[in-house]
Each structure stands twice: as structure tokens, then as C-alpha cells.
Design a binder for this molecule. Sequence first.
Ligand SMILES: [Fe+2]
Length: 303
Amino acid sequence: MGIVRIEEAHYGVEDLELCIRFFADFGLGAPDQKERTASYRTAAGQLLCLHDRREPELPPAPEPGSTIREVVWGVDRQSDLDVLVAGLGRDREITEDPAGTFHTHDDCGYGIGLRLVRDSAAQLWFREANSTGHERRWNEPLQRLGRARPYRMCHVAYHIPLAGREQSVTFYTERLGFHVTDQLVDMGTFMRAAGDADQHTLLLGHRADRRGINHIAFEVANFDEVVEGGNHMVACGWPESRRLGRHTIGSNVFRFFQAPCGGRVEYAADMDRVDETYGPHVYQQRPPHHMWMLTTNGQKEEL
Ligand SMILES: [Fe+2]
């Protein structure tokens, strides 16, 4: 299949302790911490690494301040990894580290890596839902979750410059095997990794006409977890950057928070799953950002 998911995300950050507090509240728990690095392993086995941004080994920053420095893509088979690495090696320098990760850059200048996926036996927890005629949960009152327990990093969204945007997209489709699912001509291109069923694993958005991280999304189990996880973040004082809603493209339920590691992070649930028969859809005029978004009169959550 080739690339199946985000395997690692590396940020260079200005305030490591602040980021550690943020991701503890976000639901990732305590990191494996070294002097200038904090690492988290998602339940799905991916790595999120926060580095002091002055670390000289980090790939170049795409923007000032705290931001993404490298996304490592996970490949399911050694033979596919060999083909992808050999193809990239035709026109760019590639280095291999002792852990078996190959490092280079994409055509927009973002640091990228390739490696085999890590195994994880952990499953995303699941809770049945009831509706008349579709009763699935009997004699099992629901329990308050209180906070989120993100399962995996499910997609990354980059800003890219308007100039050269086709080349930026083509790198991922032609060189790394991504499939365009939905292209919004005046906004950006949604792409699915060859081995992923999510409607998008990667979004290259050109509306801001600059480089930088927009967000990484973390999948949680369901609607309740998006809401309760977000409420916990608000209660902890973290600034929400986009209220609860459901996207038009991808259909995922979302809630976004400004992240001290750079850009934003998203709680995401119930994204469309698609296969080779889906798209690519091309929209000359972009559809609305969301099909709905929560509106309130400023009430706080009542317990
Ligand atoms: Fe997203």
C-alpha cells in the first residue's frame, strides 16, 4: 500500500514546559522527557516529539517561533519503503538515522521522513449509540468522560505559498503516492495517504499564502469525547480557536485549540472513510467550511 499514516510529528518549541502542560490537559498524559525533548506515544503507536527549537539537528523551521519541523510518514512494507526512498533519492539528499528513518524535505521545504510503521495492539474504545429501530446499548447508562483520550494523529494541515502550489501537491501525489480526494481551487487540496481510509491524511492550504503549520488533528472516539475533551481544555484555560462543529469536507466533528507548540491542534471524530472510488472532487468555489457550528449565548457548561 505504501504510506498508511503519520508516524511521527516533530515540533521545535520555545517553551517546553508550557507545551507539556498543554498536552497533559489535551489528554496525552506524561511524556518521556529528556533535558530538551518531550516525547509522547499515542495509543496507536505514533510519536509526537517536542524539541527545544534551538536544537541544531532539527530540520529548518518553516516560520518564526514554535512550529512543526518534521512529519515522518509510516510505510507498511519494507519493499514500499525501499521504492519510495529510492525515488526521492533521485533529486534530493536523504539521510538515514540509526532508528531506520529516512530524512529529507518536500517540494515546499517542509522536513519529512519515511519509516516503517510501529505496531500497536491498542484499539480505539467504542461506545454503542441508540436510536429507535437501531437499539445497540442496553442496560448500560453512559458515564461522563471528563476529558479526552486521543487515539492517534490522523491528519496534518500545512499552509503553503500560492506560488508553486501545484508542485507542492504533485510532490505528494507523484512521489509519495497520495491521492487527491477533494480539491478546493481557491483554498487548498485534501489528500489521502495510499494506505489510509480517512478522507484526508494531509491538507495543503494556500489561502494564507505562506508556509507554516495550520494544525495536526488527533482522533478521539466520538462526538462526546470531542465535546468533553474540549470542555476540559477550556476549563484549564487554553484558548479555543474554533468552536465545536462538523466540517463539510471530510464530515468530521471538530474542536480546535491554539497550541503553544505552533498552530493549532484539533480533536476530530467521525471523519468520512473513503476508498479508490471516491473523488477526486474539484470545487471551483469552495463549499462552506462547516455544515454546522455550535452557537451559544456564552453560557458555561453546567454539570
Ligand atoms: Fe483538521
